[in-house]
Design a protein around this ligand. Structure first.
Ligand code: DAH
Length: 340
């Protein structure tokens, strides 16, 4: 009988050590210690044994039970630990794996040009000013020396909202606003922003585009100051050796007025397809602030002079990056936008 129990114990301990989970362990425990287990059967038959045998077998059965229970407890601890380890392993993070790529946005190329220009002007002592896009006829035209029925109003096809309100056709009205606010004091500002024209969109026209306006008002301001300022700006954005030249032109708000060319930054002035062979590229309109404009804004033109200029942001950007269609800026095609 003792041998039977010995064999049973070997089997029990082996099976317990092989239990894969708590369920299996409980089943094994029931198999060897439960009511229908072989040892229960042996205990049931105790009456049939002699006193000596009862003592011996009973003692052995007790040892068996203690051993089995201890083995079950031990295995239970092991199983728990195995489960924790399994969970940890499943949650393990490999920090050396390459990360997920997030596609990130970037500044629009026009914003880049504006920021670049603003930085240059700030470095030259200019302040940044802004004005409304829905503007009054008063500032957009009248205070820019373009009274009602002035033929030069035709130079800028206008989106009128009412008799007196319109979408500003240029950033020049900010000049009038800044001058009125400065109340006769010297001025040195640039004003970037959107402008609107009643044009049909094509490769070189857009019903909405951007400008940056410049205005300097002080005593003793001459065209040499204007040329010096523009030379400095364009040598920074288009290259150090860029030269600037003035051609006579006409704007109602400046007298004299000029159109400004820069030496072609692609060929350095020798002539190439970009500058259509003549070595110069037109970049902006400018001039000395018209005495009427100064006077209307509260400045005495005998004491104060000023220069002003209006740069087309798209034009500069197209030249700089070799972009041949203005509509690219506004159609939001990622293939275009991502290039900058
Ligand atoms: N406002 C003009 C335009 O949109 C550009 C311009 C020309 C602005 C001469 C100026 C200037 O300040 O002096 O065509």
């Amino acid at each position: 009988m003792i041998n039977v129990i010995n064999d049973l114990e070997v089997r029990a301990l082996e099976k317990i050590s092989q239990a894969k989970n708590v369920n299996e362990l409980n089943e094994t425990k029931a198999e060897f210690l439960g009511k229908k287990s072989p040892v229960s059967e042996i205990m049931g038959k105790m009456r049939e044994f002699s006193v000596e045998q009862k003592k011996e077998i009973g003692g052995r059965v007790n040892q068996f039970k203690v051993a089995v229970e201890a083995a079950v407890l031990k295995r239970l601890e092991e199983i728990k630990e195995e489960e924790v380890n399994k969970k940890l392993a499943s949650e393990e993070i490999d920090v050396t794996l390459p990360g997920k790529k997030f596609s990130k946005g970037s500044l629009h190329v026009l914003t880049k040009t504006i920021e670049e220009l603003e930085d240059i002007f700030i470095g030259m002592g200019y302040q940044i000013a802004e004005g409304p896009e829905v503007e009054e006829d008063l500032y957009n035209f009248e205070m820019m020396n373009l009274p009602k029925d002035h033929p030069a109003r035709d130079m800028q096809d206008t989106f009128y909202i009412t008799e007196t309100n319109l979408m500003r056709t240029h950033t020049s009205p900010v000049q009038a606003r800044v001058m009125l606010e400065a109340k006769g004091k010297p001025i040195k500002v640039v004003c970037p922003g959107k402008v609107y024209r009643r044009d049909n969109d094509d490769a070189t026209h857009s019903h909405q585009f951007m400008q940056i306006e410049g205005l300097v008002v002080d005593t003793n301001i001459t065209m040499a100051d204007l040329k010096g300022a523009l030379t400095q700006v364009f040598s920074k954005i288009l290259g150090e050796n860029t030269k600037v030249r003035f051609r006579p032109s006409y704007f109602p708000f400046t007298e004299p007025s000029v159109e400004v060319d820069v030496t072609c930054f692609k060929c350095g002035g020798k002539g190439c397809p970009l500058c259509k062979g003549n070595g110069w590229i037109e970049v902006l309109g400018a001039g000395m602030v018209h005495p009427n404009v100064l006077r209307m804004a509260g400045y005495d033109p005998l004491k104060y002079q000023g220069f002003a200029f209006g740069i087309g942001i798209e034009r500069i950007t197209m030249l700089k990056y070799g972009i041949d269609d203005i509509r690219n800026f506004y159609t939001n095609d990622p293939r275009f936008i991502k290039q900058f």
